[in-house]
Each structure stands twice: as structure tokens, then as C-alpha cells.
Unconditional design. Sequence first.
Length: 132
Amino acid sequence: MLNIPYDCVSPRCGALCGLAAAKSAGFLEREIASMSNTIRVFVPTGKVQAPGARDAMLARRRAGAQLVVGMLDNHKHNTDKVLDRLQHRLSQRYGDARFVRVKKPEAGKPAPGRMLEDLAGECDAVVTGIAD
């Protein structure tokens, strides 16, 4: 079982903001934060989705569209176990969720751009697993 404090560093808020970020963030982050275990989330860089795009995704979910969660395995030892556990927990909460699993070719190099573009295009949210 994971027992790690939940923190968030988000380009949107620009500060370490803990659970406050989960309360103001999207539905998936709120649900993850509400689980009995806690998870550390760190977003050092990335493109911030425009508010209109987030609203469109939430409207799609409210209309009954299936949640699609991407899971990027960073190729480190035990990452698959962390992602398996998270997928199991999310599946319990969102029975209709579909998961897209991909694995980086190497742990020491960034994921190929095309892999990231495909995940971003297909998924409502993406989790990257880091473990050792």
C-alpha cells in the first residue's frame, strides 16, 4: 500500500499547494485525492490545457462518455506494479474506464514525442509511473 503525502506543483497555480490543488483541479485528481491512500503528484513541466478544453472533457464525461486514462510506464523497476495498483483502484471507482498502457523504450531517456502525442490525443488524463 502506498502511504506517501499528496503534494501538487502545478504550472497553473505555480506553488506547492497540497490538497487545495486537488479540490480545485479536475474530477480525476479529486477522486485520487479522496482515496484512502495518498499519492504524491509532481508536475514539473508541460502544457497546461486551456480552460475550454477541460470544460469540454468534463461535459463529455457528464454526458456519459467513457473515461480514458493513459498510463505511461517509465521503464523503471516496479513501475508496472505501481500502475497496476492505481489502475485497479480507478477501475473499482470507474468501472467503465478504459486504460491505455504504454512503456518508454528506456528509463534514462524521455518518452518519444509521438508516444506522448498519441497519449494526449486519446486520453482524458495521463499518469506516469515512477518506481524503483
